[in-house]
Write a protein that binds this ligand. Structure first.
Ligand SMILES: Cc1cc2nc3c(=O)[nH]c(=O)nc-3n(C[C@H](O)[C@H](O)[C@H](O)COP(=O)(O)OP(=O)(O)OC[C@H]3O[C@@H](n4cnc5c(N)ncnc54)[C@H](O)[C@@H]3O)c2cc1C
Length: 597
């Protein structure tokens, strides 16, 4: 029986109709083989647009639908749902991209309209050969793994546990808290980081649904959304060291399996990655003399110096004396093309303001100078805090530090530090003496981010941080279903934004957990075992471990749950035994034939 195809051309406001003659494309579509109706509408994705499709399916008995509109990445799920609601299998739908691949990239004119016509014809030819595909679901293990016990991991673990699910929190260090455990006060409110953190750690430690595994690392992850099997290696038994807010009492770990080599196997339905950042190593900028003079310190070291739990009990001192001239240098390791770190670390402006303020409060007669490139006070209460800091008499000077050296003093041999700076407003070089120089180091990806990425099949952005699935619409998701990002492992953030993202990651992880079932890919590889020679090329290429040779038949087999339908195997198969459903050779050739006439 011949298929009955309906074609719907979207104006997308003027996004398509401003460049493509949508009336002409509709008229052209009406003449195509198998097409029984073709219409155009202002916005096909709107409720009235969707209603048009449903009505035609019901009244004209359509059994294939083609929408010519934006990228399928945008609205394929919308239109699949529309045809499904009208009673058709959702895989009997095809979307021709005449926006990103046509109207947005070409000028208005006959050629552009002609290209839109060919794209529509190709979509009709392919859709005419579509077969219904089965929608499949698998059960979800009602537990989550959180990797990293900084503030991001702690907050994500708490939210998932509060919803009633088991959480395994794996932290590689002996203690929880991450970098926040090394901070003194937090901008802009100057609350004690230790107090905020110890509260959170206690809640995690005491939560009946959270199993904390410190000194532990994830070494293997297998499976897929809803059903991950994770192997965790433990360096030592649970530490009893007491850090900020940590309680000495450790709870028993009830584990799925514990093997003699001290590795454990956990089974979870979702994973939150919260592995954090590293501070930039200022030795990579040797002109700043870090590691040469002990009164050139990093901002993280300053946090300890000013902290009541630090080495001086919170007294800001250098060799037992209060510094009289303190210089802060911002953007060390950030916004630096020479280092390849072009991004802004987002926290340095405000933590420098905070640290300068703390110096002034403790040593009112100190001269405090901040050398900056720009001041970015973008968050809630930040601009007000920046104003408050300047009111304290702290000097902001726009300039780049080019060198730090120690002045020779004939009386004492070695004198004070001198910071040489190019003043970028006055275009002159100046030198400022200092007793203490604080380098505001930026955030960089952890040195082992590459290993975690390959373990979980995550992508990384050019800056090295983990890449989200979409910067605007899916900032928490990754390209691995069931794996979510929280905190600074995805990019520089302050605590507020880290916590917001952690809570978002927890709620995303809760979607599969609370549903109890997840849909798995319907578009998967299919082997024709009659012609498969068992050469194994496809098995080597498969990034998801979905292919394996049958133990005695010597032909390839597909694990239908692991297969993601990427098509790498079908493209590489020398005998044509491997095909991808929904992208069969016949369907693709029909598309190509239409495009090349
Ligand atoms: C000098 C300085 C001052 C700052 N001051 C402020 C401030 O005043 N206010 C503010 O809002 N923000 C401030 N920040 C930013 C703040 O530090 C971060 O926003 C916050 O610590 C990010 O938390 P996180 O959990 O994402 O990462 P992290 O704190 O880095 O925690 C990550 C955790 O994951 C663990 N981990 C890493 N890899 C693995 C693995 N493979 N397996 C298991 N565990 C792993 C790490 O050991 C660590 O415990 C400051 C930053 C700096 C550098």
């Amino acid at each position: 029986m011949r298929p009955k195809v309906g074609v719907y051309v979207c104006h997308c406001g003027i996004n398509i109709a401003g460049t493509v003659d949508v009336e002409a494309v509709t008229e052209f579509a009406r003449q195509l083989p198998n097409v029984v109706v073709a219409r155009n509408y202002q916005y096909m994705c709107s409720d009235p647009g969707q209603a048009l499709i449903k009505q035609d399916i019901a009244e004209l008995g359509l059994d294939r639908v083609v929408v010519a509109a934006c990228s399928p990445r945008m609205h394929e799920p919308t239109f699949r749902a529309v045809v499904q609601e009208a009673g058709l299998n959702p895989y009997l739908f095809e979307q021709a991209n005449i926006r990103e691949q046509c109207s947005w990239v070409h000028e208005e004119g006959a050629d552009t309209t002609g290209k839109a016509m060919r794209l529509v014809a190709a979509a009709v030819a392919k859709a005419s050969l579509y077969e219904p595909l089965e929608e499949r679901e698998v059960g979800v293990i009602p537990a989550a793994l959180v990797i990293g016990g900084g503030i991001a991991g702690l907050k994500a673990a708490l939210d998932i546990a509060e919803a009633g699910y088991q959480v395994y929190l794996v932290e590689r260090e002996n203690h929880l808290g991450g970098h926040m455990a090394h901070l003194n006060k937090t901008f802009p409110t100057l609350e004690s980081a230790a107090e905020l953190l110890s509260q959170t750690i206690s809640q995690v430690r005491e939560h009946p649904n959270i199993k904390v595994l410190t000194a532990s690392e994830v070494i293997e992850v297998e499976g897929y959304v809803g059903n991950f099997t994770v192997r965790v290696s433990r360096r030592v038994s649970e530490s009893t060291s007491q850090r900020v807010g940590e309680s000495a009492g450790q709870r028993e770990i009830a584990l799925v399996n514990s093997s003699p080599d001290d590795s454990l196997t956990l089974e979870v339905g979702a994973i939150v990655v919260a592995t954090g950042y590293e501070p930039f190593d200022p030795r990579l900028k040797p002109e700043l003399a870090y590691g040469i003079y002990d009164n050139v310190i990093t901002s993280l070291e300053f946090e300890q110096l000013s902290s009541p739990s630090g080495p001086t009990g919170g007294k800001i001192e250098v060799n037992g004396q209060q510094p009289k001239d303190v210089v802060f240098i911002k953007c060390v390791g950030s916004r630096d093309k020479n280092l390849g770190n072009e991004y802004c670390s987002r926290v340095c402006c405000m933590y420098t303001a905070k640290q300068a303020y703390l110096v002034k409060k403790q040593i009112p007669d100190a001269n405090v100078t901040i050398f900056y490139m720009d001041v970015r006070a973008f968050g809630k209460g930040f601009e007000e805090f920046y104003d408050r800091v300047r009111m304290e008499g702290i000097r902001y000077r726009r300039g780049n530090a080019s060198e730090i050296y120690r002045k020779r003093d004939p009386n004492v041999g070695q004198g004070r530090l001198v910071v040489r700076v190019e003043d970028t407003l006055l275009s002159e070089t100046l030198e400022v003496e200092a007793d203490l120089v604080v380098l505001a180091v930026g955030m960089v990806p952890r040195h082992d981010a590459k290993d975690v990425a390959s373990l979980l099949k995550l992508s990384r952005s050019p800056d090295g941080f983990f890449l989200e699935a979409h910067p605007k619409l899916r900032p928490i998701d990754t390209t691995t279903d069931g794996v979510f990002l929280a905190g600074t492992c995805q990019g520089p953030k302050d605590i507020t934004d880290t916590v917001a993202q952690a809570k978002a990651a927890a709620s995303s992880a809760l979607i599969p957990l609370s549903r109890g079932r997840v849909k798995v890919e319907s578009i998967i590889s299919v082997v024709n075992q009659e012609i498969c020679s068992g050469c194994g090329i496809c098995e080597e290429l498969c990034a998801y471990g979905a292919l394996s040779l049958h133990p005695w038949k010597g032909v390839m087999t597909v694990n239908e749950v692991l297969c993601k339908g990427c098509g790498a195997c079908a493209a590489a198969c020398p005998s044509g035994a491997m095909t991808l459903s929904h992208f069969t050779h016949d369907q693709i050739l029909a598309q190509i034939d239409t495009l090349v006439v």
